[in-house]
Design a protein around this ligand. Structure first.
Ligand code: ATP
Ligand code: MG
Ligand code: FE
Length: 355
């Protein structure tokens, strides 16, 4: 079936259209340029930008996919998590489209969509023993995906900052541009990842325990200590009046992040019989993370599915992709009475009918 996905949880206004598991179009416009000077997304600006961008984005997506609104079988929209005001614009727009066209509407989870987009591969089969690594601006989670349309379980998560948040904060410390992920990714390519030995959060024995007797944070992650360690190093250079070796600090910081994420992910996968790992979220665009997770998973016979770069950060295609899975699995549409939920938990794949 033909499904339109609408995304507005942060600064991207995304409209994507899929046919089954085939991507037809992915239209994304972002208000990021308006947030850069504030060093973070300003909710009011993002909401207004969504309002302005929505109708042109729908028109562009339909034109690119060469379909009409009437031909669309179902509409899916991100109902959470995300910025309340930003989500509300997309939800209101999707409801209006659904009412005007009489199409079924699915309210779906942005985080599950981030990893579910990996299943947009043109084939209908779902791999068995699925897991997911979600690494984004607001979330960092290791998931067991028993059923992508209804049974997603949390194995581990960050106990403080999300991976993307850590990238953004460290980039600021290093005087790199916001958003920091791509800037650090690029700077790190020129640096030595072993120049500084930064801490690996929650990897000490007391947190890890053993497979038989797991510690309290065996699969959990923490990046705030790492960020503080980077700040101390930067301060020391500044106090000494010597230039901060930005590339070396960036590379060493990145190595700590990707080392811990990949180690804990492999551990969670092997101990839960996971043999295919979906990777998603903005930080899944990171070149070193893709490389190390793939290499370490390969050592344990785990296949990694990484979305193309354009589908890692927020977009409408991922929403359409998950919506399409819901339709083909016979999940009932949500209807029209739901509201945006900024704190929607990752275990709620889609909002149940009549909510
Ligand atoms: P969430 O999905 O948790 O609600 P979000 O939607 O704001 O958060 P995404 O759009 O998935 O987050 O990802 C944005 C984040 O990804 C930012 O923190 C950005 O710095 C980071 N990011 C983007 N590209 C890269 C990269 N190449 N390396 C590392 N981080 C990156
Ligand atoms: Mg964004
Ligand atoms: Fe996101």
């Amino acid at each position: 079936s033909l499904v339109m996905g609408i995304e507005s949880s942060c600064d991207e206004t995304g409209v994507g259209i899929v046919r089954g598991t085939e991507l037809l179009t992915n239209t994304v416009s972002s208000s990021m340029a308006e947030h850069v000077r504030f060093g973070g997304v300003i909710p009011e600006i993002a909401s207004r930008a969504h309002l302005e961008a929505f109708v042109p984005a729908v028109r562009a997506a339909l034109a690119e996919a060469d379909v009409t609104l009437e031909q669309i079988d179902a509409i899916a929209v991100t109902s959470g998590p995300g910025l309340a005001g930003a989500l509300m614009v997309g939800v209101a727009a999707a409801k209006a489209l659904a009412v005007a066209t009489g199409k079924p509407l699915y309210a779906i989870n942005h985080l599950v969509a981030h990893v579910g987009v990996g299943l947009l591969d043109g084939t209908d089969e779902l791999p068995d023993h699925l897991g997911a690594l979600l690494v984004s601006g607001g979330h960092t989670e290791i998931l067991a995906v028993h059923d992508i349309v209804g049974d997603v379980r949390l194995l581990g998560a960050t106990i403080d900052d999300a991976a993307g948040e850590a990238y953004d904060k460290v980039a600021r410390l290093l005087g790199l541009a916001y958003p920091g992920g791509p800037a650090i990714d690029a700077a790190a390519k020129e640096g030595d990842p072993e120049a500084f030995r930064f801490p690996r959060g929650l990897t000490a024995g007391k947190y890890m325990g053993s497979a038989d007797n797991p510690g309290p944070h065996r699969y959990d992650l923490s990046f705030s200590g790492l960020k503080t360690a980077v700040a101390r190093v930067v301060e020391a250079f500044e106090a000494a009046g010597t230039p901060v070796p930005v590339a070396d600090v960036a590379a060493s910081f990145q190595e700590s992040v990707v080392d811990v994420i990949s180690r804990k992910t492999v551990l969670a996968c092997t101990e839960h019989g996971i043999t295919t790992l979906l990777m998603g979220g903005g930080v899944a665009a990171n070149s070193r993370l893709r490389e190390l997770v793939t290499a370490r998973c390969a050592e344990h016979g785990i296949r990694v599915v990484v979305p193309p770069l354009s589908l890692c950060t927020d977009n409408g295609a991922m929403v359409a992709a998950l919506g399409s899975r819901l339709v083909s699995s016979g999940v009932a549409p949500t209807g029209l009475s739901f509201t945006a939920d900024p704190g929607l938990p990752v275990t709620t794949v889609s909002v149940p009918a009549g909510t």
